[in-house]
Structure formats: structure tokens, C-alpha cells
Design a protein around this ligand. Structure first.
Ligand code: ATP
Ligand code: MG
Length: 493
């Protein structure tokens, strides 16, 4: 049996207790913090519910704690936040909530502790600990939350149809907690999600994506995606992902179920990387398989171009899911677009030039891309998996060698646009861009080395072919440092 009083050993718990005695009000620690004590997960976010004014107690507590503490008050919500070192303590008055059908914003009234526990989402989140001096640390567990923690079950304290219909975000939270904590969802609660799934439409996408990101960041996100799919929520919030599901058979040939394949890739990747955006790349890497699927009698099922079409779908999906419209989006697009390249290289005899092109296209994200590709090998055939992974090792080795030699990863054109214009007396024009591409292609193909001298000599040859006149041949020419492009900050190329 846990001694909860011992867990409330940080000084401010006693301070709150003393302040409440002076003010003659009662306060309780409630929710996630108590749950996490039982689970043995360290947390520094504390919710305190006060039978009275949360703001009044918070301000006295902040005063008593002195200089180290900072308080913030949210008058319109009747809440306050006190920071004490790296602890964050939120104070709120106990409330009773009643809901209308078209909004997740309830009508709020002052209430008792049990009203406040009734409005909590799950039994495991309704636990509370007394801060009164006479029974400090006493546990109040009206819905058997402790036994649900022991049984690893997510269950609503009241009728789940009411709990979910009142605030449909709780359906996402149920699945998110099940994924993070590796709990199952109680049958009755689970079925209520299915029945209430359409209510998710009243929740803003920002809140939905916050929960999805927590699922994606869990140790094994497939748990959450399976639950989202089984309850029908996934079809409402992310139908493109559900479209990956299913196996079609033709002339005795079947393709793999791309939904479960994607989840396997995602779980594989999550063992190696905590990068949210690489994880989203795994979610989306095969997203265009349904739209590119063909049956070719001689070959079987094909998904030609799914990496390109997939990359094109990424911006629309990011917009729909309210994921960021910035360089994270570009990164995911790049990962989706390139996800087959290392696999192709692993199957063929690898030329330096193919390696240089991959380094050029992936840039500094090459290691992430290789991680995604490793995760993408999900064959049941272990011999096949081993062979692929071994070939990937060769590709990795080759990437290292070529990079050491040619420095393509952070490639900057060795001859800048300015140098080209200066050399031939040109104004900014298409021909300058053409010459730059010709130089780049020659370097990637290995015709010339990735250095100024060879590139400049090559430029002069090309200039001659194009009958360009030399303005003044600087010999040896001075290398001009590339000027960053003012629009996106990358150097001109
Ligand atoms: P974590 O902080 O790990 O996400 P948590 O349980 O602390 O988990 P918070 O969102 O910080 O979650 O909420 C704190 C507490 O407030 C919860 O434990 C729960 O009691 C209550 N709560 C939060 N959101 C809801 C909701 N939508 N409906 C009912 N109760 C909620
Ligand atoms: Mg919390």
C-alpha cells in the first residue's frame, strides 16, 4: 500500500495545506498527478482543486512561498497557476459541469469534490489526495481508479455515452492513454466510443491533432491507430489512412495490407527515433498506395509512383490535420518522396553517381531517411529481411565513402551565379541558371570533381560551346562566397 503523504513531500504541499487551514477551505490534489504516483511515473504538473476560490488560495500560496514562486491568474476561467522551481501547480475551484449538445463548453457552477470527480474523464484520472492537515495524503477513490490502474483499464466514471457525448475529446484521450500507458479500454467504454464517434466533429482539429501527436509519440503508436480504426474515429479524422486497409486478390495474387504494414513500419521506427516528423513520415510513406494501385497481369500488384504522388498528398493532409505548414511539412514530403531510393540502391550495383544523387537530394536528412528505410523492411521472411539489411549496410558504407570524397551532403555550388555573371558579363537570366545546372549535373555524374577549379574550367568550356564572350578572365579566378537566397535562406544554386 502506497503512503501517499510521503509522496506529497515537496514543501509547497504543506504550504497549501497551511494556507487552506488559515482560510478555512479544503483542497485536494487531483487527476493526472495522483495517477502518476500510483503508476510510478514522475511528474511535476500538479492539479489542485479547492472547495472555494482557487484564485484566492493560489495567491496566498504564492505569497507564502515567497520569491521563488510565480503566480498567474486566469480570472475568466477562475483558475490560477503557481510555478515553484520547475513545478507547475494549477488551482481551480471544484466545479459541477452541465453540457449542451452542440458544444464541448459546459455550463460551469461551483460544486463539491464529488461533483468535480464526476466531471473527470476516466476513473484513473479521478483520484484525489486530501491536503487537509488532519488527513493529509488520504486517498479518495470513488470510482475504484486504483483497481483500474492495477488491471490496466481505461473506464469512464459515469455512463460512457454521457461522458463522451458531453466532451467528445475524451474519446481521443481514452485512446491516447491506452496507447501511452499500454492499457486496454473497458468494453462498455470502448463500445460507447463507436456509438459516439460522430460527435468528434464538434471538437476543433487543433485539439484532435494534439492527441494524435501524443499517440504518434508513444512507444508503440500502432496500439492507438488500431483503436482509432476499430472505433471508427480514424475514418472521420484521417480517412486517407483507413484507405490503406485491405487486401485485394487477383489471379491468385494478393498484395500486403498496407494499413498494417504502415503500422509495423511506424512501430519499428519508433524503437529507433523520437523525431515526431520522422514518425509522421512513417505514417505517410505509403499513403498514395491506394490511389496508385494497379494489377498488371504479368507482374501482379504495383504501386508505381506512390512515392511521388504521396509527397504531393502530404501538404493537403497536413492542412486537413492542422499539422504545421512550414519546414516540417517539407521534411516529411522529402522523406515520403525519397523513401524508395535507398531500397533501389540496395538492389542494384551501386554507382558512385547514384550515391551522390541520393546525398544531394536527401542532404542532411540522409541518416533519417536510412532509418525510415530500415524500418520499412517488414517481410515475414527473415532471410529476406537479413539480406536487405545487409545490403543497406553496404549502401551506408558507400554513402560514407562518397561523402568523405565528394562532400555532397551539404552541397553548395562551387561556382556561384555571381561568378558566372561576372565571367561572361551576364545579367541575371535563364542562361545563368542553365549553366549552374550543367555544372551540378557534371559533378553528380562524376565528370568533374566537386571543387572550384574543375568546375570553373568546365564552365569556361561550356561557355565556349554556348558562344558566350568572356568579360574578363580572372586568372586564377577569385572564389565568390555564395550569397544566401533572400526568400528561403538557402544558397543560390
Ligand atoms: P497528461 O498530463 O499526462 O497528458 P493528465 O491526466 O494530467 O495527463 P491533463 O490534460 O493534464 O491530463 O488533465 C489533468 C486532469 O484533468 C486529468 O487527469 C483529468 O482528471 C482532467 N481532465 C483533463 N481533460 C479532461 C476532459 N476533457 N474531460 C474530463 N476531465 C479532464
Ligand atoms: Mg497533466
Amino acid at each position: 500500500m502506497l503512503n501517499y503523504a510521503d509522496r506529497l513531500n515537496h514543501g509547497f504541499f504543506k504550504t497549501i495545506s497551511q494556507v487552506c487551514t488559515q482560510m478555512n477551505v479544503k483542497a485536494f490534489v487531483i487527476g493526472g498527478f495522483v495517477r502518476d504516483i500510483v503508476l510510478g511515473r514522475p511528474s511535476k504538473d500538479v492539479d489542485v482543486v479547492v472547495l472555494g476560490s482557487g484564485i484566492a488560495v493560489a495567491s496566498k500560496v504564492a505569497e507564502a512561498l515567497g520569491a521563488g514562486a510565480h503566480a498567474k491568474y486566469f480570472k475568466s476561467f477562475g483558475t490560477a497557476m503557481v510555478r515553484d522551481g520547475d513545478w507547475v501547480i494549477e488551482f481551480v475551484g471544484a466545479r459541477r459541469e452541465s453540457y449542451r449538445t452542440n458544444s464541448r463548453k459546459p455550463i460551469v457552477e461551483n460544486g463539491s469534490l464529488s461533483d468535480d470527480q464526476n466531471r473527470r474523464d476516466f476513473t484513473i484520472n479521478a483520484l484525489s489526495l486530501s491536503l487537509q492537515s488532519k488527513d493529509f495524503g488520504n486517498l479518495l477513490d470513488p470510482f475504484n481508479g486504483i483497481s483500474d490502474i492495477e488491471d490496466k483499464v481505461i473506464r469512464t466514471p459515469l455512463d460512457p455515452d454521457i461522458t463522451f457525448s458531453d466532451d467528445p475529446l475524451r474519446m481521443m484521450r481514452a485512446i491516447r492513454f491506452a496507447t501511452q500507458l499500454n492499457f486496454t479500454i473497458d468494453k462498455n467504454t470502448f463500445e460507447a466510443i463507436g456509438r459516439n464517434k460522430n460527435r468528434i466533429r464538434i471538437i476543433s482539429q487543433e485539439r484532435v491533432i494534439d492527441e494524435m501527436n501524443l499517440i504518434v509519440m508513444a512507444k508503440k503508436p500502432s496500439v492507438g491507430f488500431r483503436l482509432l480504426e476499430e472505433t471508427g474515429l480514424l475514418g472521420l479524422i484521417f480517412p486517407q489512412f483507413v484507405a490503406l486497409k485491405g487486401v485485394e486478390m487477383m489471379n491468385g495474387m494478393a498484395h500486403k495490407d498496407n494499413f498494417y504494414h504502415t503500422l509495423e513500419v511506424l512501430d519499428n521506427l519508433c524503437e529507433k527515433s523520437d523525431n515526431l516528423w520522422l514518425r509522421w513520415s512513417a505514417v505517410l510513406h505509403d499513403i498514395a498506395k491506394p490511389v496508385t494501385k494497379r494489377f498488371e497481369p504479368k507482374i501482379g500488384w504495383t504501386f508505381h509512383g506512390h512515392e511521388f504522388i504521396g509527397a504531393k498528398m502530404v501538404p493537403g493532409i497536413f492542412k486537413q490535420l492542422k499539422l504545421p505548414q512550414n519546414e516540417k511539412l517539407k521534411y516529411v514530403q522529402k522523406m515520403v518522396q525519397l523513401h524508395l531510393r535507398p531500397i533501389v540502391l540496395a538492389q542494384e550495383i551501386v554507382t558512385d553517381s547514384a550515391i551522390r544523387r541520393l546525398l544531394f537530394d536527401a542532404g542532411d536528412d540522409i541518416d533519417d531517411l536510412m532509418m525510415l528505410c530500415d524500418a520499412d523492411i517488414t517481410s515475414k521472411n527473415e532471410v529476406k529481411v537479413k539480406r536487405y539489411l545487409k545490403n543497406f549496410q553496404l549502401v551506408r558504407q558507400k554513402l560514407k565513402e562518397v561523402e568523405a570524397k565528394d562532400k555532397i551532403r551539404n552541397w553548395q555550388p562551387p561556382v556561384t551565379g555571381e561568378a558566372i555573371m561576372e565571367t561572361f558579363g551576364l545579367n541575371p537570366s535563364k542562361i545563368v541558371g542553365d549553366l549552374k545546372s550543367i555544372i551540378r549535373e557534371a559533378i553528380l555524374d562524376g565528370e568533374i570533381g566537386n571543387n572550384f577549379e574543375e568546375a570553373y574550367a568546365f564552365l569556361l568550356e561550356e561557355g565556349k560551346k554556348k558562344k558566350l564572350h568572356l568579360k574578363n578572365l580572372v586568372n586564377p579566378p577569385v572564389k565568390i562566397i555564395p550569397i544566401p537566397d533572400p526568400i528561403d535562406g538557402t544558397p543560390n544554386q
